[in-house]
Design a protein around this ligand. Sequence first.
Ligand code: ARG
Length: 460
Amino acid sequence: MNLWGGRFTGETDRKFAEFNASFSFDRRLIFADLRACKVHAQGLGRAGVLSTEEVGSIMRGLELIESKAAEPGYLESTEFAGSEDVHSFIESRLVELIGQTGFKLHTGRSRNDQVAVATRLFLREEAVRIDEVMRIAQEALLDLAERYAGDPLPGYTHLQKAQPILFAHFLLAYFNMLARDRARLADVVKRVNVMPLGSGALAGTNFKIDREWMADRLGFSGVTRNSLDAVSDRDYILEFINFAAIAMMHLSRLAEDLIIYSTQEFGFIRLGDAISTGSSLMPQKKNPDSLELIRGKAARVIGHSTAMLTLAKGLPLAYNKDLQEDKEALFDTIDTLSDSLIVTSTVLGNIELDRNRARAAAITDYTNATDLADYLVRKGLEFRKAHEAVGQIVVYAIGQGKQLQELTLDEARSFSPLFEDDVFSAISLESSLAGKNQIGGTSLEQVAHELARARDSIKA
Ligand code: ARG
């Protein structure tokens, strides 16, 4: 039965009824909606709108629906396939269970404030779960970083070799990104956690419902202050999706780095069988599909962000049915981010660093040229002149097919008399790393310190 039959004499077109229905996906909100329904019933009781017996009978009915809904397959049963949405589903079941009193639950409420309160409750809980899988991904980054705490890797800019770094420093970069994502999520939750119930369809309600009491019962930090805004606001969904889009962008960048590092050309890491796939044609292949999919799935979430902005931007106040389209975007964002985080953690647990190859790559192709220039600076030369001299040395060394550390002292001195015996130790891989000993730098000491700090910050 429709919730809105009275004004209608004709039948709803069958295709349109299907088009209009959202139960197949918004049934996911059922537990959140039931929680809000119970507090609404109690609120109506306190306002004197429902008798104590009526409240009791509605509460029992809602609890029965709750336990039924927890049974596997119940919500998916074909018997309910024609339900319009989760809200009308709850009312229909309630009336079946407790009779006419069930029709009183919707007093002073609209589906417009109902869906908003249910979605906020749902998202608040999902945010806790997402935060935990993000924390686990951070843990996986740290586990890997600690396993290879002293191992070097070439660092890149423009994907051209730049300077030696530690592999752990590289991983900590991503740890920091996820830390910011978690802070962003906590900030979004502040605005999710405000209660719209009591806004009615758009104007508020005629019944003296104590909104602040209801908000308190539902664990909200406060109530919305404008009914029109409350029923048409989807900022909290958009903000969550944007948080997720940024997090997915980070996972995608990590995936891209790891894909590159696992190629034969780079060969710094090996990916385990558990997270790789083969080719149906080429017997030798081992492909990083797990990482490619994470990179690919970032596109979906970015798409949802665009969809939500586009959905909301042309809407007149207050509620419009367009807003029903928010749910699949939100649900898919939650699932995609959550799965991508879990797979990222698994991938990180299945990575081996080729220590020798990474170390050799870190100190070849003139990655210590800056250290050589800094050496001249310490001997008194202006940096710009040191830069110029080392540039010429690099050109010379390339011509000789030598690394900087393979030049003789005489060769070096032909470019500057400031070079002495101590130049070789100054441009070794160890000195290059050890030199970067300011906060945030890639020295062993700094990285060990940051690893410890990071560990500390994610204690569950
Ligand atoms: N299923 C609807 C949605 O998700 C619930 C709100 C319906 N409100 C209405 N006035 N038709 O947006």
